[in-house]
Design a protein. Structure first.
Length: 104
């Protein structure tokens, strides 16, 4: 005989259970619509959707309006339903100042 070891069936190629839950290992998805959410809710929504690179910008409301609730999301970039890689940056602009501690 040749004395070589039997090639083992490669069982290590099994996908891990976490990847199984997704249809395929997605690397991109549509940006959720964050309007009317608080900055914190928006953060949780983006995390749930798979986005990992979120930048928060505080923007005080102008003197004569429009006025938003404290910490309410007033703008997002990119727009809702934009297909974006999960590690691409998303900017969430919320009503308030940096010291309001709105960010998740």
């Amino acid at each position: 005989g040749t004395g070589g070891a039997e090639p083992t069936p490669d069982e290590e190629e099994e996908p891990s259970p976490t990847e199984d839950d997704r249809e395929e290992s997605a690397t991109a998805g549509p940006v959720p619509d964050l309007a009317t959410m608080s900055a914190e809710e928006a953060g949780a929504t983006l995390t749930d959707a798979g986005f990992t690179n979120v930048d928060y910008q505080a923007e005080p409301d102008p003197l004569f309006g429009p006025w938003y609730d404290d910490c309410e999301v007033k703008a997002q970039d990119p727009a809702p339903d934009t297909r974006l890689d999960f590690d691409e940056p998303i900017t969430v602009t919320y009503s308030g100042t940096e010291s309001d501690d709105c960010e998740p």
